[in-house]
Design a protein around this ligand. Structure first.
Ligand code: XIL
Length: 349
């Protein structure tokens, strides 16, 4: 049994390696994403990428909105002693201003990020709720006037869609209440930004989408000033046709703004339905085309933006998970892939 498995795995790896040749595509020529789309087109950036002389012109040509990939999260902003630092997000904000791009804030409250400084508040003079409010006021307040929106709460729904996640925030401030407070504090800090609840797997796990939508309704009812829903759209190349269209229609039925907030289409996270790499690449193009078409079909007033979680394959976070992945619209050299042409082809006026 073990031996069989090893043979299968070994065979799979060899196949994947030789199939990488499928990536060498005939060059495609595309208009800039930002001028092809009737809505803002975003990308995530890291501060160190702003010094990359081949990436910066690509971003400037293609993109009209930037999201800091990690440097507006607590992991960067909150220092060990509980003080804040803003050097990197300030540089990204300045880059956006200098290039006439919108800035999108990501993310204020995330179960996955709980700095030690917050954990150590127990028994301290400053109350947890005050520190929580101070943080949101400081961060969202700093970019008031520039940030067009914020992911206020990120990934609140449980992995399988069964209820909401537990976190330090929910334990201290209440399961629903910590989210209501986060939205209210963000509104206090920035009366103009559109405030989002953002999550993933909303396309491929309908139960998670249903829980997410019920959560939005519960938050609105409890007085949270939510203006939009973000669907990260981290998908795999073998996603069944129709899932994205259904999900975006459903999400839009809430009547709020919709943000495709972190799209990529993984080859290596696919479940093996598409066996070789050229089929996976074709599947990837299909998924991108459906996403562009489904988003274009939403009412214009609800189309907040469409953000890609990177432009070049080599910059993708998924590359760190599996170096064989190639989930984005541009290859390592910044040349548009067939997926880029497919995304543009899916756009509707
Ligand atoms: C990822 C970034 O791409 C990484 O660089 C970072 O270190 C970890 O987070 N969902 C999210 C994003 O909301 O913030 C994540 O980004 C990807 C999954």
């Amino acid at each position: 049994m073990t031996l069989d498995r090893r043979i299968v795995l070994g065979g799979g790896l060899a196949l994947a390696a030789c199939d990488r040749r499928a990536d060498a595509q005939t060059p495609v020529s595309i208009p800039p994403l930002r001028s092809a789309a009737a809505f803002p087109v975003g990308v995530c950036v890291q501060e160190e990428q702003l010094g990359d002389p081949s990436l910066v012109p690509l971003i400037a040509a293609q993109i009209s909105q930037v999201t800091p990939e990690w440097e507006m999260k607590m992991e960067y902003i909150v220092k060990d002693d509980g003080s804040f630092r803003f050097e990197a997000p300030d540089r990204i904000a300045a880059f956006a201003r200098a290039n006439g791009m919108r800035l999108f804030g990501h993310t204020l409250i995330w179960y996955a990020q709980v700095p030690g400084a917050f954990e150590r508040l127990e028994g301290k003079r400053i109350k947890f709720g005050d520190a929580y409010r101070n943080y949101i006021l400081a961060v969202a307040g700093r970019y008031h006037g520039q940030a067009v929106g914020w992911d206020v709460v990120n990934e609140a729904v449980a992995e399988d869609g069964n209820g909401w996640r537990d976190s330090l925030w929910s334990q201290k401030l209440g399961k629903l209440q910590h989210m209501v407070l986060a939205f209210q504090h963000a509104r206090e800090a920035d009366p103009d930004a559109v405030l989002f609840l953002n999550d993933y797997n909303l396309e491929n796990i309908p139960r998670k989408r249903a829980t997410f939508m019920k959560l939005v309704e519960a938050l609105l009812k409890a007085g949270a000033p939510i203006g939009g829903v973000g669907t990260q759209t981290h998908l795999a190349a073998d996603l069944a046709p129709g899932e994205i269209t259904k999900a975006l229609k459903d999400l839009a039925s809430l009547g709020l703004m919709v943000h495709v907030s972190e799209m990529d289409v993984s080859l290596t996270r696919s479940r093996g339905v598409l066996k070789d790499r050229s089929k996976l690449l074709a599947g990837q193009s299909r998924v991108y085309a459906e996403a562009a078409e489904a988003f274009s079909s939403l009412p214009a007033a609800q189309r907040f933006a469409f953000t890609h979680w990177g432009l070049r394959d080599k910059d993708s976070w998924l590359k760190r998970e599996n170096p064989a992945d190639a989930p984005l619209l541009f290859d390592d050299a910044g040349r548009p892939k067939a997926a880029a042409a497919a995304w543009i082809g899916g756009l509707r006026a």
